[in-house]
Design a protein around this ligand. Structure first.
Ligand code: AGP
Length: 612
């Protein structure tokens, strides 16, 4: 998705903006651009392609400007091209804008502006914004803050989602930013200030952030940041210190972010467990005031999320149902928001999102609130949109996840959901304490168990070498092994572009087995002792039809004719998906590497999906 960076200060703006854009590359984009104010005029440098191309342009011009806005574009309206790249200027060349999000009513705004004589040079929805600003600047009500008033009047006309940065040649030391349903943060420096759509872009410059709210405006100069609400009344705002280390968003010697993040999982899990429990003590979530009395009124829990986060939700469902005896439904956010789900004050809705900025998940959260349900957000990003909308928030502490394919966020989400389930069970008294104590001991052992699996990377690599040229693969499992099959299959699709499907092993003979032919690869996950025999029978059925099998198991398998077996440590079955997913993450990674693909930035995908 699109990325935004902004700088106003005392040093050359362009290198800061380029560095910020480079650190946003992981979000996925197809063009990049910068506008600075050089000698009192707007200078726009932009093109389709990588930030490296843009850097060649900016290096050749080498402007001295100390204020500028920058953007990486992920095409929505209009193909990737120089004309469609941001920043966009108004017809007079006095206002430049970058924008993330979608302006839904841009057709009518374009017609309005065309009638007023404005011309358009791109196919984007964004180009209406600088022209509207110009229109209101020249035709609007006169105020003593004309720049801000013109931006506000223009924004009042917009329908949709946006994070916007504006600079003007008429106000050479000032930048105005605003947002609605699209993230924007402001980093405070000393004699300089920064703006970004995503914290890692400016983490090396500041750890003190303001998180802009929906419909809020900020006016920035090198020495000041002033906040205004949607009626332009000024207010103050608390600053947040972000604990992430800038080096956490670097590769630290690993070939790719994804591999680094796979290897960071033991630490991410330790950090996420944090102080939520100690052996022999009850779970604690001081950040949320959920009481036993409230939980007793709940007759249904929804877990709502997208992609990998939804797969984590499926594992969470199993934990909550088993430990708390409350029915749980897991829903894809983009479906949930439009299917008129039955929700009321007896429903608790849990939203899982690494970025906390996924448009569908946020919309699904707003829907549940409007129907009187309580909402709980699980996110990895402090102050992200979802956490600001929810009644309660708990954080995973996976550190910045840069690779598009989620790994450490998934395992951290699962562990947090399981701890939450134990917490609810302790409040409700629905599970014997000895069972919970065993589970806690097992959770504390997870980092070591994952390290044991990571020690088998070479075996996984060997199997990846054998199968990377294939076109189709199948993943089978029962119970939570099926959840892992889904996540393993998604990882493979995302970064290797190999078609794959996950099936509940028992469903195979109801149709999909027709696809099994000689030589096809089938991956089986066998960790649940109660279901393993049944899954083995299903896998034998594919073996006898000529399939090549790659098995991940924590059980002793005898008399089987599988081709390749990865043995993983046995854990409580509720948390086995945290261990059994590791070989599948590695498998997808090495297949992608063998194919020479860009593991961290797979085609067509974006790290945080901020549009519908
Ligand atoms: C994971 O590998 C994916 N890239 C994707 O499915 C992701 O999990 C999904 O878009 C949800 O993102 P979120 O957790 O930031 O909401």
């Amino acid at each position: 998705m699109c990325g935004i960076v902004g700088y106003v200060g005392n040093k050359k703006a362009t290198p800061v903006l380029i560095k910020g854009l480079l650190s946003l590359e992981y979000r996925g984009y197809d063009s990049a651009g910068i506008a600075v104010i050089e000698d009192g005029k707007l200078l726009v440098m932009k093109d389709k392609g990588r930030v490296a191309n843009l850097q060649e342009i900016t290096d050749s011009i080498n402007p001295d400007a100390t204020i500028g806005i920058a953007h990486t574009r992920w095409a929505t309206h209009g193909k990737p091209s120089r004309e469609n790249s941001h920043p966009h200027m108004d017809n007079s060349g006095e206002f430049a804008v970058v924008h993330n999000g979608i302006i839904e009513n841009y057709h009518e705004l374009r017609e309005f502006l065309t009638e007023k004589g404005y011309k358009f040079s791109s196919q984007t929805d964004t180009e209406v914004i600088p022209n509207l600003i110009h229109y209101y600047y020249t035709n609007g009500v006169k105020t003593n803050t004309p720049f801000l008033s013109a931006v506000k009047s223009a924004v009042d006309d917009l329908r949709g989602s946006y994070a916007i940065e504006v600079v003007s040649s008429l106000y050479t030391d000032t930048m105005i930013v605003t947002r609605k349903d699209s993230p924007l943060v402001i980093g405070k420096g000393n004699g300089e200030n920064f703006v970004a759509s995503d914290i890692p872009a400016i983490l090396s410059y500041s750890k003190d952030f303001y998180l802009l709210d929906d419909n809020e405006y900020a006016v920035l100069t090198a020495d000041s940041i002033n906040f205004f609400d949607s009626s332009l009344s000024e207010h103050s705002k608390p600053i947040k210190n972000i604990e992430w280390d800038a080096t956490a968003a670097e590769k630290n010697g690993f070939e790719d972010y994804m591999l680094k993040e796979i290897y960071e999982q033991p630490t991410a899990i330790r950090e996420t467990i944090g102080a939520h429990f100690h052996l022999g003590e009850k779970c604690d979530f001081p950040e949320i005031d959920i009481t036993a009395d409230y939980l007793k009124t709940i007759n249904k829990i929804y877990i709502i999320a997208c992609g990998t986060a939804m797969h984590a939700g499926l594992v969470g469902k199993n934990a909550i149902e088993r430990l708390c005896h409350i029915p749980v439904e897991v829903d894809i956010a983009s479906e949930f928001r439009y299917r008129n789900p039955i929700i009321n004050e007896k429903t608790l809705c849990i939203y899982v999102s690494q970025s906390g900025e996924t448009a569908d998940t946020i919309a699904a959260l707003k829907l549940a609130r409007s129907k009187g349900a309580k909402t709980l957000a699980i996110s990895n990003v402090i102050g992200s949109s979802i956490t600001r909308e929810a009644d309660y928030t708990v954080y995973t502490h996976a550190g910045p996840e840069i690779a598009v394919a989620s790994t450490k966020a998934y395992t951290s989400q699962v562990v947090l959901l399981v701890i939450l389930a134990m917490y609810f069970a302790e409040l409700l008294g629905t599970t014997e304490q000895s069972i919970l104590d065993n589970l806690k001991a097992s959770i504390l052992d997870l980092p070591t168990a994952i390290e044991t699996v990571l020690d088998q990377t070479e075996q996984v690599k060997e199997f990846a070498n054998k199968i990377y040229t294939e076109h189709d693969m199948y993943f089978l499992g029962r119970g939570t092994d099926y959840c892992v099959a889904m996540e393993g299959s998604l990882k493979l699709k995302e970064i290797s572009y190999i078609h794959s499907e996950a099936y509940a092993a028992g469903e195979l003979k109801h149709g999909p087995i027709a696809l099994i032919e000689n030589g096809i690869t089938v991956i089986g996950i066998l960790t649940d002792p109660d279901l393993v025999e049944k899954s083995i029978s299903n896998l034998q059925e594919v073996v006898s039809r000529g399939a090549k099998t790659f098995i991940i198991t924590n059980q002793k398998l005898t008399n089987t004719s599988f081709d390749f077996i990865i043995n993983i440590p046995e854990t409580e079955s509720i948390i086995s998906p945290i261990v059994s997913i590791i070989p599948l993450q590695l498998l997808a990674y090495y297949i992608s590497k063998n194919k020479g693909l860009d593991v961290d930035k797979p085609r067509n995908l974006a790290k945080s999906v901020t549009v519908e």
